[in-house]
Design a protein around this ligand. Structure first.
Ligand code: NOJ
Length: 869
C-alpha cells in the first residue's frame, strides 16, 4: 500500500488537472462520448442546511459544539491520526480540552473487523437474496449494536458501490445487487438499522468503484506505475443506475459517505467537485460528512474545496508521517487559501452525524484494538508506544446468531428442484462432497482477512470481513440432521480424490455436492485472482466434481457458495442433478441455514439478486485488467449505459440460465387480479431560490505563532497532529511549490448565498420524486400444501429507446399459508416512472407509453397494465 510518489509537496498544491473548464456543461458527457471524459467543476462546496428535515436538532447541536472549538481542534476532528496510530481501523484526533475522544471508524459491512467476540453476518450480496426489508433492517441494527458495544463511532458500511456492473468485480458481494432499486431498499433499511443502534453508517464507496484492478494510483505494480482507473460514465447512467442507491442512503439519513479510490471522468473522486459538491451535497442534499477511503485523498486544498470532510487514515501514505491535512489544513486556513467556513462546515457535518444518531448518549470507550488480539499491547501500534490494556474482549454478540441463521436461510435461493427436496433425514445413504462442505484446515480465521479459499466459503476476502466466532459447516449440520434419524452420512472433502469420490458416489442414494467461487479486495491475491475474479468458473475443480458425482448418482443436489454468478450450464440441465441451491456467503451459521432448507425446516423463498448466465461476455464489457493508457489512468468507458445484469440480457435477448428475481419454493404460487389506481399528486416543481450564506462559526487568528507545537507534547512517531513546526509558513508546509500562484476554481471560496439545485430540495433529492402516482395491488395464491414465502416483484417499462425492457421498482416478501391468498400492495412513485434529463438537469416523465408488470421474477411477469397519466 506504500505509494512513494506522493511527495509531500503536493500537500497544499491545488491539483489543477483534477477539474476541467472544458465546456461539457453540468451534464457531463453524453453516451458514446466517453473517451477521456471530463468532470466539470462545481464550487463552492455546499454547506450544511440547518432546515433539512430530520437534521435540524443535530445541526443546531453540532454548530454549538463547533463554535467553541479552536482552529486546531476543528482540524483535529477532520484528520485521521495515521495508519495504526490508534485502536480502530481509522481514528481522528481528539479534543482533550473537552474530554472528547475523537472518532473511531471501523470496518466492516458484515460485522466488526479485527475484533474478537463478534458475529459474522451474511454478506450484503447474500442477504439481498432474502428480498426482505425486515431482514435488512434487523441485520443493520444488530451490526450497529456490536460496533456500538465495542466502542466504535462509525461503521464503514453498507456498500452500494461497487453496484456490480460486471460480476467479476472483486467486492460486489460486499454490496447488495446490481439492481439499483433492490440495492437502494437494502441500503436504506441497513442505514436505518445501524443508526437506530446509535452508530454512524458510512455508506461506501462513492462512486463508480466497480473494479479492484488499478483502483488507486500505482496499486498494480506488475505494470510499473499506472494511475488510478477512470470510470467514465454519462450523466443519465450516473443518475438512473449508480447514484440511485446512494440517493436512498442519503434519504435514509446516512451520517457519512466514503469517497472512493478511483477516478470518475478522469478526476479523482475524493477531489471531484462535480460529484461531491454538485451531486452529493447539492442535488442529493447530503448533510453528513464525506470521508475518504484509506489514502484515497490525493491533494490538500483541492480536496478541501471539492467537499471532502474527513481524511482517513490521515496520512498521505500509510505511516509516512505526512498528511494532506493536519498541519497543512491549519496552514491553508491561516494563509487564507481555504475559507474558515469550509473547515467549520466539515467539522459541523461530522458533529451533526454524531448527534443525529445519538452518539452523545450511546458512546462507550473503545474496548478493542484492531492490530492485535493480545490483552496487553501498544495503544499506538505503529509507533509501539503506550503499553497497557488494549483488548477487553467484550462479547457483543448477544443472541444475534438466531437472526443470522434465519436471515441466511431466508436468503438461500432454490434454483432447481425435480422433487429431490426437501430431504427427510431418513434417506438411505447420504454422501456429501466438496471442500466447500467442511472445515478449513487452518480454522475459519486462519487466513488474514479471509484471504484464501479453504473449507466452506462463508464470506469473501479483504476489509469487508470479520472474524468468525465459529463457522458451522454444512457437513456438521447435515450429520446432525441425518444422525438423529438413524441414517448414514459419509463425505469426501478433497475435490481431487477421484477414487474415493467415485466409490462414494456409486453407493449414495442422495449426493450433496458443495462448490464455491471467491473474490475480494485487491490488496490480496488468491489463486491468481487479484481481488477481481479472472473468470466466472467454479473454483477448485467444482464443476468437474459435480459432473463426476452426478455421473454415478442420479440424485445429485448441488449447493453453491459464491460471491455472485458462476457458470453452471454444463450441469444445470442434467437429469441426474436433481436440485440446485445458491446459498451465497451466509456467515457463521452457514451449515445450519443450508440444512434448514435442505431438510424442509425452512421453505426457501429467496430470489436471485443477479443473473446466472452461460458466458461472462453476456454481462457486458469486461473489467479492465491491463493498462489502456500507458502510465496514465486506464480508461474504463461505461458504454453499456444502464444495461447491466438482467437489463443487458433483456436488451440483447439472451436467455439466462436463471434470471434476476428467480427462486423456487417447496410450494407454488400464482398471480391474479392486478389493479392500478392513479393517485392525485401535484405537478413536479423544480427546487428554486437561494441557500443561506455559509454559517460563520469561527474567526480564528491568522497568527502562525498560535499554532506551533506545544512545548510539553510527547511526539508519537508518525502520528498526525494539527500543529505547525515553524512560524514561517513556507517552511511549515514542507512544500517546494509553496506560494506558487495557482489558479483556483471560480467561486471555490465564495460563502455567499448560492442558487438551489432544481433536482434537489431534500435528502436524496427533490422530495416530490417520492410522491406516489399510482398504487398497485395483485393477488398471490399459494397453490400447494405447505406454507411458503413469495416475493412478488413490480417492474416498469418506461417505453423509451434507451430504457431497459423492464426495471425493478418494488417488491414485498409475503408469507402465505397453503391454499391461502395474500395481497401485494406497492406504490409507484414519480421517481419510479421518471428518466434523468441531462438538459434540464432534472427528472422528467417522458411521453413514451409506460407499463407496470407484476410477477415472480424479471422474466415471469404474468400481470401487466398500461399506466395512464
Ligand atoms: C479500504 C477499503 O476500500 C474500505 O472499504 C475500508 O473501509 C478501508 N480500507 C478501511 O479498512
Amino acid at each position: 500500500m506504500v505509494r512513494a510518489w506522493l511527495a509531500p509537496f503536493l500537500h497544499v498544491a491545488f491539483a489543477q488537472a483534477q477539474y476541467s473548464t472544458t465546456p461539457t456543461g453540468p451534464n457531463g458527457t453524453a453516451p458514446g462520448d466517453l473517451n477521456n471524459a471530463q468532470s466539470p467543476p462545481y464550487y463552492p462546496s455546499p454547506w450544511i442546511d440547518s432546515s433539512t428535515a430530520g437534521w435540524t436538532d443535530a445541526v443546531a447541536k453540532a454548530q454549538a459544539f463547533v463554535r467553541q472549538l479552536t482552529l486546531l481542534e476543528k482540524v483535529n476532528i477532520t484528520t485521521g491520526v495515521g495508519w495504526e496510530g490508534e485502536a480502530c481501523v481509522g481514528n481522528t484526533g481528539s479534543i482533550p480540552r473537552l474530554g472528547f475522544p475523537g472518532f473511531c471508524t471501523q470496518d466492516s459491512p458484515l460485522g466488526v473487523r479485527f475484533a474478537d467476540y463478534v458475529s459474522a453476518f451474511p454478506a450484503g450480496g447474500t442477504v439481498a437474496a432474502s428480498w426482505d426489508r425486515g431482514e435488512f433492517y434487523r441485520r443493520g441494527y444488530q451490526m450497529g449494536v456490536e460496533q456500538r458495544d465495542k466502542g466504535s463511532d462509525v461503521l464503514l458500511g453498507p456498500v452500494v458501490g461497487p453496484l456490480g456492473r460486471n460480476p467479476k468485480g472483486g467486492r460486489n458481494w460486499e454490496g447488495f445487487s446490481p439492481d439499483p432499486v433492490l440495492s437502494g431498499i437494502a441500503v436504506a433499511e441497513t442505514v436505518k438499522g445501524i443508526q437506530d443502534a446509535g452508530v454512524i453508517a458510512c455508506t461506501k464507496h462513492f462512486i463508480l468503484n466497480e473494479q479492484e484492478h488499478f483502483r488507486s494510483p500505482g496499486d498494480f505494480g506488475d505494470f510499473g506505475f499506472v494511475d488510478a482507473v477512470s470510470s467514465n460514465v454519462d450523466d443519465k447512467t450516473l443518475h438512473e443506475l449508480y447514484l440511485w442507491p446512494f440517493a436512498d442512503a442519503v434519504r435514509a439519513g446516512t451520517g457519512s459517505i466514503m469517497c472512493s479510490y478511483n477516478k470518475a471522468n478522469n478526476s479523482q473522486v475524493c477531489q471531484n467537485s462535480h460529484l461531491q459538491n454538485y451531486i452529493l451535497k447539492g442535488e442529493l442534499g447530503f448533510q453528513g460528512f464525506i470521508m475518504s477511503d484509506w489514502d484515497a485523498q490525493h491533494s490538500g486544498v483541492a480536496s478541501t474545496l471539492a467537499g471532502l470532510d474527513m481524511t482517513m487514515p490521515g496520512d498521505s501514505d500509510f505511516d509516512s508521517g505526512f498528511s494532506f491535512w493536519g498541519p497543512n489544513l491549519t496552514l491553508s486556513i491561516i494563509n487564507g487559501t481555504v475559507p474558515e467556513w469550509r473547515l467549520d462546515d466539515a467539522a459541523t457535518r461530522i458533529m451533526a452525524a454524531y448527534y443525529l444518531v445519538g452518539r452523545d448518549r450511546h458512546a462507550v470507550p473503545v474496548n478493542f484494538n484492531s492490530w492485535t488480539r493480545d490483552t496487553y499491547g501498544y495503544q499506538h501500534a505503529f509507533a509501539q508506544t503506550g503499553y497497557g490494556l488494549i483488548n477487553q474482549h467484550v462479547d457483543v454478540r448477544a443472541d444475534h446468531y438466531k437472526a443470522i441463521r434465519v436471515a441466511s436461510a431466508k436468503s438461500t435461493v432454490l434454483l432447481k428442484n425435480n422433487g429431490a427436496l426437501p430431504l427427510k433425514g431418513n434417506e438411505k445413504n447420504t454422501a456429501v462432497f466438496g471442500q466447500d462442505a467442511g472445515d478449513s484446515q487452518y480454522g475459519p480465521n486462519g487466513c488474514a482477512d479471509r484471504g484464501c479459499d479453504n473449507g466452506t466459503l462463508a464470506m469473501g476476502w479483504g476489509s469487508g470481513t470479520s472474524d468468525f466466532p465459529y463457522l458451522v459447516t454444512p457437513l456438521d449440520a447435515i450429520k446432525n440432521a441425518v444422525a438423529g434419524n438413524g441414517g448414514i452420512v459419509q463425505s469426501v472433502t478433497d475435490n481431487y480424490a477421484w477414487a474415493q469420490i467415485v466409490s462414494l458416489a456409486k453407493q449414495a442414494s442422495t449426493a450433496i455436492v458443495f462448490v464455491n467461487a471467491d473474490s475480494g479486495e485487491g490488496f490480496i491475491t488468491v489463486d491468481g485472482n487479484a481481488g477481481d475474479r479472472n473468470n466466472l468458473t467454479i473454483w477448485q475443480g467444482g464443476e468437474t466434481l459435480v459432473q463426476n458425482v452426478s455421473a454415478y448418482c442420479n440424485n445429485t443436489i448441488v449447493v453453491i457458495h459464491s460471491v455472485g454468478p458462476v457458470l453452471i450450464d454444463s450441469f444445470s440441465n442434467s437429469e441426474n442433478v436433481t436440485a440446485i441451491l445458491w446459498a451465497g456467503l451466509p456467515g457463521q451459521e452457514s451449515g445450519n441455514a443450508i440444512a434448514d432448507v435442505l431438510y424442509g425446516r425452512v421453505n426457501p423463498g429467496g430470489k436471485l439478486p443477479f443473473t446466472f448466465g452461460t458466458n461472462a461476455s453476456e454481462y457486458g464489457p469486461d473489467l479492465v485488467y491491463e493498462p489502456t493508457n500507458g502510465h496514465g489512468s486506464p480508461q474504463d468507458n461505461f458504454e453499456e449505459g444502464v444495461f447491466i445484469d438482467y437489463r443487458a440480457f433483456d436488451q440483447k435477448n439472451i436467455t439466462p440460465v436463471y434470471e434476476f428475481g428467480f427462486g423456487l419454493s417447496y410450494t407454488t404460487f400464482s398471480y391474479s387480479n392486478l389493479t392500478v389506481t392513479k393517485v392525485a399528486a401535484g405537478a413536479y416543481t423544480p427546487n428554486t431560490g437561494l441557500t443561506q450564506p455559509a454559517p460563520v462559526l469561527g474567526n480564528s487568528s491568522t497568527d502562525a505563532s498560535q499554532y506551533q507545537w506545544p512545548a510539553n507534547l510527547t511526539y508519537v512517531n508518525k502520528y498526525i497532529y494539527p500543529y505547525l513546526n515553524s512560524t514561517d509558513l513556507e517552511e511549515a508546509s514542507r512544500d517546494p511549490e509553496y506560494g506558487v500562484d495557482h489558479t483556483y476554481p471560480e467561486g471555490a471560496t465564495d460563502g455567499s448565498a448560492q442558487p438551489k439545485i432544481a433536482a434537489g430540495g431534500g435528502p436524496g433529492g427533490n422530495p416530490q420524486l417520492w410522491d406516489v402516482l399510482f398504487t398497485v395491488t395483485a393477488t398471490v395464491t399459494n397453490n400447494g400444501t405447505v406454507a411458503g414465502d413469495e416475493v412478488p416483484q413490480l417492474y416498469v417499462s418506461l417505453g423509451g429507446p434507451t430504457d431497459p425492457v423492464v426495471a425493478l421498482r418494488n417488491f414485498e416478501r409475503l408469507s402465505i399459508g397453503p391454499g391461502k391468498t395474500a395481497t401485494f400492495y406497492a406504490d409507484v412513485t414519480r421517481r419510479d416512472v421518471s428518466n434523468w434529463d441531462t438538459v434540464s438537469q432534472n427528472w422528467v416523465i417522458t411521453n413514451y407509453t409506460k407499463t407496470v408488470h407484476v410477477g415472480s421474477s424479471s422474466r415471469k411477469l404474468p400481470l401487466s397494465a398500461k399506466l395512464s397519466f
